[in-house]
Design a protein around this ligand. Structure first.
Ligand code: PLP
Length: 428
């Protein structure tokens, strides 16, 4: 069959029913799977044969949805996780541990920077947060002999900084480490990071992929392109025997699937951050319309951003789709069909006016969530990033007055009318 378009993969990727099987992906609502002989079950536990034995490691519903996301990203293997946070953690922890170091763009989701700078630090992993716009020469200086990965977000939440993927991939590869990119905001409909040199992609599937605020989830996709063996000493977890599986060496046994198999067989087994089959089913329904929703999100966001520019009350507007935006050129290069539906802006009068404005919105709801079919709004300095001080906020690309406005797929005129009335009401 010819190479399928993203549109077709969204609808028909993953589940391939055989004669007489359900047309729709079934929910394998079973913790466990039965076998005729104990010998066969033993082989499963030794990773000698492929098969399901316990949903904490693998489940057919989850695997089928993972394979759809894998196809959308153009990878070789994918794992669904319980959340985006779990995806970020597992993607990193699969190749680093105590005594190791990672480099991450400073402009990432607050939860991800917390994970790295607080929780992973407690585990002995050090992170250096870097300015994504720094020159290659400056970034070079941050690499250490124990650096294991470089991390960034395609479009950062909420600063909307667009990552120069090629620059970061070049740097990472020069130092023998993979580039891991969180592609949550762009989704593979708008950007395919592997085509620009990224090695591993993560997602909070909770966002556009689900799209309906119904199921928390995450996904890790491996491009299969990073050569772990060529950097053997740096990645002993993949290239030396795993005692917990009678000494198998992931790269030898699984080749290009080494990273995915280790994440599944070892990290899922030990940490249990699996996605539930129910959530995977809901995620799959969301994925079936991702290719229709993303263009509409972008179209609506562009209209809202352009409208905000016309309003006196608005101090600044940040959306990579605006021609004079700092990241417009990078967005055009990596996401020519559009970026995402999230915009950010500030109102004259700062935080107090921002909070009043948000309280007066009728269609737009104040929610933690972002990247949803419904218009959603949040003040990161008061909510998602409230643990950061002013200096850290600026470093993360979050001005204290920043309103994160996640434009939904309602009628653009209705969203604009809602903003209009909220601006008027917040003047008092
Ligand atoms: N990555 C990005 C870009 C996010 O925006 C989020 C959450 O907002 C996460 C990861 C974490 O995902 P989850 O909330 O599914 O754990």
């Amino acid at each position: 069959m010819q190479k399928l378009s993203q549109d077709t993969i969204c609808i028909q990727g993953g589940w391939q029913p055989k004669n007489g099987e359900p047309r729709i992906l079934p929910i394998y609502q079973s913790t466990t799977f039965q076998y005729d002989t104990s010998d066969y079950m033993g082989k499963l536990f030794d990773l000698e044969v492929n098969g399901y034995f316990y949903t904490r490691l693998q489940n057919p519903t989850c695997d089928t949805v993972a394979s759809k996301i894998c196809a959308l990203e153009g990878g070789v293997g994918a794992v669904l996780t319980s959340s985006g946070q779990a995806a970020t953690f597992l993607a990193l922890f699969n190749i680093c541990g105590a005594g190791d170091h990672i480099i991450s763009s400073a402009t990432i989701y607050g939860g991800s920077s917390n994970l790295m700078t607080v929780t992973m630090k407690k585990m002995g992993v050090e992170v250096t947060l870097v300015d994504p716009d720094a020159s290659e020469e400056e970034l070079e200086k941050e690499f250490r002999p124990n650096t294991k990965a470089v991390f960034g977000e395609t479009i950062a939440n909420p600063s909307l900084v667009v990552l120069d993927i090629e620059k970061f991939a070049r740097l990472a590869h020069r130092h023998g480490v993979p580039l891991i990119v969180d592609n949550t905001f762009a989704t593979p409909i708008n950007c395919r990071p592997f085509e620009w040199g990224a090695d591993i992609v993560t997602h909070s599937t909770t966002k556009y992929m689900d799209g309906h605020a119904a199921a928390v989830g995450g996904c890790i996709v491996d491009s299969g392109n990073f050569d772990w063996e060529a950097n053997k000493e740096r990645f002993p977890g993949l290239t030396t025997p795993d005692d917990s599986y009678h000494g198998i060496i992931y790269t030898e046994r699984f080749g290009k699937m080494a990273y995915t198999m280790k994440a599944t067989a070892q990290l899922m087994r030990d940490l249990g951050t699996c996605q539930s089959p129910q959530n995977a089913f809901l995620l799959n329904l969301g994925l079936e319309t991702l290719h229709l929703r993303m263009p509409r999100h972008c179209e609506n966001a562009q209209k809202v951003a352009e409208y905000l520019l016309t309003r006196d009350e608005v101090a600044w507007v940040n959306y990579p789709g605006l021609p004079d935006n700092k990241y417009h050129a990078l967005a055009e290069k990596y996401m020519p069909n559009g970026t995402c539906g999230v915009i950010s802006f500030g109102l004259k009068g700062g935080k107090e006016v921002a909070v009043r404005f948000m309280d007066h919105l009728k269609l737009g709801a104040i929610v933690t969530h972002v990247a949803d079919a419904r218009t959603s709004v949040l003040h990161p300095a008061s909510h998602t990033h409230r643990q950061l001080n002013e200096e850290q906020l600026i470093e993360a690309g979050v001005q204290p007055d920043l309103i994160r406005f996640s434009v939904g797929i309602e009628g653009a005129n209705d969203i604009i009318a809602d903003i209009d009335q909220a601006l008027a009401a917040s003047k008092a």
